[in-house]
Design a binder for this molecule. Sequence first.
Ligand SMILES: Cc1ncc(COP(=O)(O)O)c(C=O)c1O
Length: 380
Amino acid sequence: MNTTSHLLDVYSYLPFKPEAGEGVYLMAGDRRIIDFYGGHAVAGLGYGHPDIVRALDAQARKLFFQSNAVALDIREEAARRLAGFAPAGLERVFFVNSGAEANENALRLACRITGRSRILAIEHGFHGRTAAAGAVTWSSRDKWYGFPRTPFDIGFIPRDDAAAAERLVDDGVAAVIVEPVQGLAGAHALDAGFLRAIAAACRRHGALFIADEIQSGMGRCGTAFAIEESGVNPDMLSVAKSMAAGFPCSALLMTQALADKLQHGDFGTTFGGGPLASVLVSTVIEVIERDRLMDNVRELSAEIAAAMPLGPVRAIEGRGFLLGLRCDRPARQVLGALLERNILVGTSADPQVVRLLPPLILQREHVHALLNALADIGRG
Ligand SMILES: Cc1ncc(COP(=O)(O)O)c(C=O)c1O
């Protein structure tokens, strides 16, 4: 227990303190650490990206903040760009501040619109730590949930079990919430047939399909959003993490049909859709498209996959830059050994899986550094 800090002692920190960041590197003293974790998938454009710094500086000087009490052209532009980047049919956007808040709104809307009180999620999924988002997070009630009851009834569908999905989705279900590539679970890409079976069952029973792309979206999986691979058209989609390059921002996207059911006062937020967040969302999308970063993700991800198994890694899971390296030893041990070699990776809920969530601007030399380090650890 740390008794010298005024911060709550709820995190076990990694053994270094970054003072600065540049590109894909974190600087700590005289160390330059290649960041394959990106601060939980947030540093999608790395650190100090010139377009981001320029946009932030210009907007901060011009208009630092205004709430949704007024219309802003830059907020409108961010929504237009985000809807254009998202799968077809998700035309309307509500900006909020965190992933959990976006999911909270999605779940509330689903219950309200359908008049139903049961939500289905997928085993091992993670959706955030607020009352509704935490309720649909796998094993939260055993670990940290804490509320005496959940806001709705909940059921969990076993991963990739299409028959179970067809059995569990019925006329009492308001929505099914799904991470197309489960992040915290250890980068598990859900089977496309499973996702389609859920979507078909939702359509048959009048339930809504919510894609949680908070971690898997914004180009991370090599497409704008991971759900695209399955051909499923979600009714709602939540996005956060790297969408404003590290500035707190999230969004809930929905179809026009759902948006038509909302009226003034149904949703609200103080900070959501502020000028700084808005200008950064537009800039992030512009940079991803201009610099063809999704091509970069697909190419380098394929190189990493082609090198496996390697060193302590037995198998690779996930997609694009949301990868899980299944190891022959505890992931914590591999993380420590890589960090000694100035490479930062993440862990996951699976104790054997190291998680990679690098910035989309990663280059081949960084991949080679990771592969060499893994080979070195294997020899050690
Ligand atoms: C898939 C997914 N959903 C929701 C969340 C919650 O987001 P936030 O921490 O911004 O509330 C996360 C965060 O890790 C996530 O990975």
